[in-house]
Design a protein around this ligand. Sequence first.
Ligand SMILES: NC(=O)c1ccc[n+]([C@@H]2O[C@H](COP(=O)([O-])OP(=O)(O)OC[C@H]3O[C@@H](n4cnc5c(N)ncnc54)[C@H](OP(=O)(O)O)[C@@H]3O)[C@@H](O)[C@H]2O)c1
Length: 245
Amino acid sequence: MASRRSAPILRRLSKQTALVTGGTQGIGLAIARALLAEGCEVVITGRTQEKLDRAAKELANKRAVPMICDIRDLRSVRALFAGLKQRFDRLDILINNAGIGQVSKNIAELPLDSWSEVIETNLTGTFLVTQAALPLMRSGSAIVNNLSIAAKEVFPGSAAYCASKHGALGFTNTLREELRPKKIRVIALLPGATDTAIWKAVWPDAPRKKMMPPEAVATAVVNALAIPESATIEELVIRPSIGVL
Ligand SMILES: NC(=O)c1ccc[n+]([C@@H]2O[C@H](COP(=O)([O-])OP(=O)(O)OC[C@H]3O[C@@H](n4cnc5c(N)ncnc54)[C@H](OP(=O)(O)O)[C@@H]3O)[C@@H](O)[C@H]2O)c1
């Protein structure tokens, strides 16, 4: 019993292969850094080479592999997985993190383009990446879908974002039941306000100092992944202690 308790549980993640979509900045970059610190090989993706290069330079780790991918585009997702399969024979951890916010507009004024961009990224993109990843995932692997507290709560002026995240929660809960027999764990991550660039378009004057740093979310994710495989944290809600949003 004593030896069990003293086991370094986080070491379990070492040598695992991970894919973090939207790993060029913000929460994705923080999760990538935390997984690298645990000894994982981490593929980070983003839409532009420039931002990928900057992120790779920031991570400064040979086990960080930048690969371009726009998760809205099936061909781009297929190209990512073709590259991934050349390099790795399996994927142990998938972090579906890439996502965008929404310009604050009530439904009466929301342009169709804005609606579609948010739904295609946050909902359809998550589906496309997950579907492409499943053939590489085995018993013991895990999927974390970065949703938001907006997966359960609503914010006026954010209908597309809330609808995309509510939908992504339904997707995540269904995925968990489909993968349960295969012993692939599925975690719904629901962060509250986190200090990242996403707020620039959504609420430029948001009180950033009251938000969580992305590293707090990353630590919670790594710890959730590190619990024994016989258990799953199905839903991970993490909010700023002082409760801004
Ligand atoms: N910040 C918060 O308060 C908060 C709270 C709850 C949940 N979240 C969720 O956390 C996730 C990350 O957001 P963040 O706050 O870290 O925002 P962020 O700093 O703006 O980062 C977003 C990431 O997503 C990538 N991305 C966006 N569209 C993409 C696409 N079509 N294909 C591939 N990558 C794409 C971006 O990469 P490129 O620009 O390089 O393509 C970037 O790496 C999102 O799903 C967001 O909804 C954020």
